[in-house]
Design a protein around this ligand. Structure first.
Ligand code: S3P
Length: 419
């Protein structure tokens, strides 16, 4: 029973967050189509409105009025970021140079995630930020910021983006030097909205200044959501799946390069390049996959796809190695442990050695009485796909978390699954 057909994935979550949150620092009015309607993006929209932003739904479009940096923060704005790390981290950068007091909090999972590494460079810029021992809640008192030059060693786009966005309200230029390239949607949108930003390899420099919203923006489809079906097509015999209107940024499509190395047939047609590359991708099953090694510098380009790639690795011949994936310990759950426990419960041979994840395949699945996603949306979708592939139907705890990133996932899976 294969996955067959074509589908249009929901709007990209990372781009959707930025369209909303960066409108806080932009003037003008914009009509956005295809925005993601997931819980995480709705957390950004709620925050935008709490800060005085106007956003109105019209049919399937959202009309956003830019707030041009004049968000209201008196006596204090309380912002509930829910499960969304991107909302909290990008907002911390944006609000640090604003006026007022802001209290950012999140759910139980978000409260366990690191904020110190975001606060530290912002403190160097003169920000006034308090965390609870390096974790949320985060209290910000708007301050006059000065541009800095800093080095960011963690391969996190959220952290890089927080500093770049703070730079838009700082006095003087801000330069960020990163060790590894990560998703560059913030940089591209600043450029597209008329900001002064220069990217030179691993160095990004931004000048202060407000942005100008484009009149319209069409949100490309989310590769991290599409990945469940594209990766599924690579390892489930007789499958062929096409994703249309897909964001094809090099910084997000590492999983397609890995599937290609593992022997799947991957074909790609580029349709446009600005402000983001967009096109169509077809993945066709091409015989059993072979194991591969994923290097540290590839990890940011496939960070959210590791759970589903790990599932594919259980069906590949040989030992697949994901090098230096310790960032996964800091996600909604410790994803290294979740992958080991849950795929392990299905008979997969999974080892964690230092910061590396090793999976030896192929595995004939065994079916446990139940599985547990730990309320981690990407795990929940991976496990649903795994059970389909194993032709089994046992309960998975925590599948309501899927709405955090892809509310239409189960319906799309059913539509592509051919009996
Ligand atoms: C994101 C960056 C990544 C990714 C997350 C979204 C973003 O997190 O895992 O889902 O939109 O910038 P890190 O930057 O912490 O790696």
């Amino acid at each position: 029973m294969p996955l067959i057909g074509s589908f249009i994935p929901p709007g990209d979550k990372s781009v959707s967050h930025r369209l909303i949150l960066m409108s806080l620092l932009a003037q003008g009015e914009m009509t956005v189509s295809g925005l993601s309607d997931c819980q995480d993006v709705n957390s950004s929209l709620t925050a935008f409105r709490a800060l005085g932003g106007q956003a109105a739904k019209e049919a399937d479009k959202l009309i956003i009025k830019g707030l041009a940096g004049s968000f209201s923060g008196w006596p204090q704005v309380d912002i509930q970021c829910g499960n969304s790390g991107t909302t909290m981290r990008l907002l911390t950068g944006i609000l640090a140079g604003g006026q007022g007091r802001f209290h950012l909090d999140g759910d139980r999972q978000l409260r366990a995630r690191p904020m110190k590494r975001v606060a530290d460079p912002l403190l160097q810029m003169g920000a006034k930020i308090l965390t609870d021992n390096g974790r949320p809640p985060v209290d910000i008192e708007g301050a006059k910021l000065t541009g800095i030059s800093c080095r960011i060693n963690d391969a996190s786009a959220q952290l890089k983006s927080a500093v770049i966005l703070a730079g838009l309200l700082a006095a003087g230029p801000t330069t960020v030097n990163v060790l590894i390239l990560s998703r560059d949607h913030t940089e591209r949108l600043i450029q597209f909205w008329g900001g002064n930003i220069k990217v030179n390899g691993l160095q990004i420099s931004v000048q202060p200044g407000l942005l100008n919203l484009s009149r319209t923006f069409s949100t490309p489809g989310d590769p991290s959501s599409a990945a469940f079906f594209l990766v599924g097509a690579a390892f489930i015999p007789d499958s062929q799946v096409t994703a249309k209107n897909l964001l094809l940024s090099h910084s997000r499509t590492g999983f397609l390069r890995v599937l290609d190395r593992m022997g799947a047939k991957v074909s790609l047609t580029m349709e446009c390049d600005t402000p983001e590359p967009v096109g169509e991708v077809t993945v066709t099953f091409n015989g059993p996959l072979k194991a591969t090694e994923i290097q540290a510098d590839e990890v940011p380009s496939l960070i959210d796809e590791i759970p589903v790639l790990a599932l594919a690795a259980t069906q590949a011949h040989g030992m697949t190695i994901f090098r230096k994936v310790d960032e996964l310990k800091l996600k909604e759950t410790d994803r290294l442990m979740s992958i080991r426990h849950q795929l392990g419960a299905m008979g997969a041979r999974v080892k964690i050695e230092g910061d590396d994840l090793l999976i030896e395949g192929p595995t004939s699945f065994i079916i446990p009485p139940s599985l547990d996603s730990g309320h981690d949306h990407r795990l929940a979708m991976t496990l649903q796909l795994a059970l389909k592939a194993a032709k089994a139907d046992v309960p998975i705890f925590g599948t309501e978390s899927i709405a955090i990133s892809y509310p239409g996932f189960s319906a799309a899976l059913e539509a592509l699954w051919k009996n």
